[in-house]
Design a protein around this ligand. Structure first.
Ligand code: PEP
Ligand code: MG
Length: 313
């Protein structure tokens, strides 16, 4: 079966009834772009810009950043490329953004909080991105990481637009943002669900800590209920709601996420073939039935089993 998948022609992601589900790439460097294109990436759903600067002692210049961002965008002419502003802190510390020692870095000054406290760095990054947008044919979308609420959403979207970014959105990876989804979709052009952190914070289990690794399971119905709130909110006013966490690379969970309202899936390109094959086995009605079964389950394990049992009724 694996061989059949590997040899299958590369098509766009779609459900069995033909409904398109764009499969986008998670990238950490311009060097990864060519491989993503070869594996059929329909665009980029998460470019983790902080990976470029993990070893930098000082903030990168606008010129250096513009060159890196232009290299990524140039690989996707006419395609959507979602770039995330620097997500510094906890598992991805940057010495020029995170200086204080923190007892609980996952709950600390990280993501958009750290950028807002160092606004000149955020302005520089947005300026570099606007320059790359002007220099290429890709459709650039820019999002902020670790956004807690509508006020932070408004802050980021307003600043991004002031600096020339055409499409600005937020990551949904803190439960407070998901709980405010109906209001967030009025402020953001799009939402991208980061299931890794959304799971960490919903389950209150440090994603870096082996002793609580069993809690880091995005199949947990509590996580899926937050995804549904976001999906419903997006559908209510046609705001795109993608998923860019590891959950999107689990083929059956990808189907459930679509059933909950995800409009695109972003993942490591190595996962495209299996996710594409699984999506093609389910209609929209199936996907919604699997999602309903998973939501009604009591545990992560039971949710997965309910989805594996297939659609009922
Ligand atoms: C996430 O949290 O799900 C996500 C996509 O971002 P990262 O894994 O880089 O924190
Ligand atoms: Mg995250």
């Amino acid at each position: 079966e694996l061989k059949a998948i590997v040899n299958a022609p590369i098509t766009d992601g779609a459900l069995a009834d033909g409904e398109k589900v764009p499969l986008l790439a998670n990238l950490g460097s311009p060097k990864d772009a060519a491989a993503a294109v070869a594996l059929g990436a329909e665009g980029v759903g998460l470019f983790r810009t902080e990976f470029l600067f993990l070893d930098s002692k000082t903030a990168p210049t606008v010129e250096q950043q513009q060159a890196d961002y232009t290299a990524v965008l140039a690989a996707f002419p006419g395609k959507k490329v979602v770039v995330r502003c620097l997500d510094a802190g906890a598992d991805k510390p940057l010495s020029f953004l995170n200086d204080a020692e923190e007892e609980n870095p996952a709950l600390g000054l990280r993501g958009l909080r750290a950028l807002r406290a160092n606004e000149e760095i955020l302005r520089g990054q947005l300026t570099a991105l606007a320059g790359a947008q002007a220099a290429t044919e890709a459709e650039l979308w820019v999002m902020a990481p670790m956004v807690a609420d509508v006020e932070e959403t408004d802050y980021f979207v307003t600043l991004a637009k002031e600096l020339g970014i055409r499409v600005a959105g937020v990551m949904a990876e803190i439960p407070s943002l998901a709980l405010m989804a109906d209001q967030v979709v009025g402020s953001a052009d799009f939402v991208s669900i980061g299931t890794n952190d959304l799971t960490q914070y919903t389950m209150a289990a440090d994603r870096m800590l082996g002793s609580v690794a069993a809690y880091q399971d995005p199949w947990h119905p509590a996580v899926l209920r937050l995804v549904k709130m976001l999906g419903d909110a997006g559908r209510s006013n046609s705001t795109p709601v993608g998923v860019c966490g590891e959950a999107a690379a689990d083929p059956l969970l990808a189907v459930v996420l679509v059933g909950l309202g995800a409009t695109s899936l972003s993942m490591t390109p190595a996962a495209f073939a299996e996710v594409r094959a699984e999506l093609a086995r389910h209609t929209r009605a199936d996907a919604e039935r699997l999602a309903a079964a998973a939501l009604a389950a009591p545990t992560a394990t039971a949710a997965r089993e309910a989805a594996e049992a297939g659609p009922v009724g």
